[in-house]
Design a protein around this ligand. Structure first.
Ligand SMILES: *Cc1c(COP(=O)(O)O)cnc(C)c1O
Length: 396
């Protein structure tokens, strides 16, 4: 070991003992060194009793998994490189050729796109159901159905479903098909984040989240998770996760761990600000309806009131049909604090116009354009003034 380059690599460094910092260490690895061949052959990572390779977990990713599982009231967690990769992981772990998948018509768009392109190419069919109507789910369950996605509330239009009724519908179908693979339920829990309600108490088998949103809170990292209470489901997810080679970086994991410290406070603050703005918006000229589960009259409000204790930072506005798309687009361009962009639950308020009829199969009752708002951490008075000036231009 006389050569400097060898000494640089084979240094005697060990992580410090007794260094009791508030933040967990950021461990990064592809390679993990084994003490001897016997360990290389037998060390186990699937039950977290050991470390074998970066893709199979580090002390840092194990901590984040444990914390997300705890926040959501589950027992096990796998991390994926984005929320969307967590969605496709669930699909690939549990669906086989000939199976059918049911997705809410108002689900997160890319969840539907993965089913309609990749899953379809692999011989897995899908149908969309009306999440506000459990009878429609019951009617669409077929002998081939193996997985039902749930989402609360729906993306963009924010209808809050009767989750216990949807789960009961699936359980009834399972009771009638003994001895076969049961239909599983997976909830996209990005909106609730484990704060608004407990997905498992409402009956979901799996809870998937885009950690990109609330847990990160910074608009600067992408990550996803799938939490379960059932060990067999977790092991199946873990093995597909391993074979797909999904991994998350130590630095990204650190950012999410840091975000978790303030998540409950951010959720609460953004909830309060969003309700204030949504309520104010309802009274403005040119606005036909404001969609937000906590507003009486918003679709599924009674379900939200019964099953949830908080609401995320999103509300959508349906404008009067006298405004054409060009005028709605100009309204969005006119906003100064609300920036144009995807994602939400970060510090900056965002908005985007949507043509709802073009993204769903079931009838949409409104003719006017829709804009979805994501409220950030700015002062509510400033955000309200920004909305007011853009509305004044729209109505002029
Ligand atoms: C953002 C989002 C996702 C996807 O998360 P990414 O990390 O952006 O891939 C999935 N579901 C919902 C409801 C989301 O809002």
């Amino acid at each position: 070991m006389s050569d400097l380059s060898t000494q640089l690599i084979h240094h005697p460094y060990r992580p410090p003992e007794g260094f009791d910092a508030v933040a967990p260490g950021v461990h990064k690895a592809s390679t993990v060194i084994f003490p001897h061949v016997q360990a290389l052959r037998t060390q186990e990572w699937k039950d977290k009793s050991g470390y074998t390779y970066g893709l199979h977990g580090t002390p840092t990713t194990f901590i984040l998994e444990e914390r997300i599982a705890t926040i959501e009231g589950g027992r096990f967690c796998v991390l994926a490189p984005s929320g969307l990769s967590a969605v496709s992981l669930v699909d690939m772990a549990f669906l086989r050729q000939g199976d059918e998948l049911l997705i809410p018509d108002n689900a997160y768009g890319p969840n539907k796109a993965f089913a309609s392109v990749e899953l379809a190419a692999w011989g897995i069919t899908h149908r969309y159901y009306d999440a506000q109507n459990p009878a429609d789910l019951a009617a669409k369950i077929s002998p081939a159905t193996r997985l039902v996605w749930l989402e609360a509330p729906g993306s963009i239009t924010l209808e809050f479903p009767d989750l216990p009724a949807l789960v009961a519908t699936v359980q009834q179908a399972n009771a009638a098909r003994e001895g076969e693979r049961p239909i599983l339920t997976a909830l996209d829990n990005t909106w609730g984040a484990g704060i608004a309600f407990n997905a498992f108490e409402l009956g979901a088998d799996m809870s998937m989240q885009a950690l990109t949103k609330y847990p990160s809170g910074g608009s600067d990292v992408l990550m996803g998770s799938v939490v379960t209470r059932d060990e067999a489901l977790h092991q199946q997810l873990l093995m597909t996760h391993m074979r797909l080679g999904l991994g998350v970086s130590g630095n990204d994991t650190e950012l999410v761990l840091r975000g978790l410290n303030t998540m409950a406070l951010r959720y609460q603050a953004q909830d309060t600000a969003t309700r204030a703005l949504a309520t104010w918006m309802q009274a403005q000229t040119g606005v036909v309806q404001v969609l937000h589960p906590a507003l009486p009259g918003s679709p599924g409000h009674a379900n939200w009131q019964r099953d949830a204790r908080a609401a995320a930072c999103l509300f959508s506005v349906v404008f009067d049909a006298r405004f054409n798309q060009t005028q709605i687009d100009a309204f969005c361009d006119q906003l100064e604090l609300f920036k144009l962009g995807w994602s939400w639950a970060g510090p900056i308020s965002l908005c985007a116009p949507y043509n709802v009829s073009s993204i769903r199969t079931h009838a949409w009752p409104h003719k006017g354009g829709l804009v979805r708002f994501a409220v950030g951490l700015e002062a509510v008075d400033d955000l309200r003034a920004d909305l007011a000036q853009a509305l004044a231009t729209l109505n002029a």
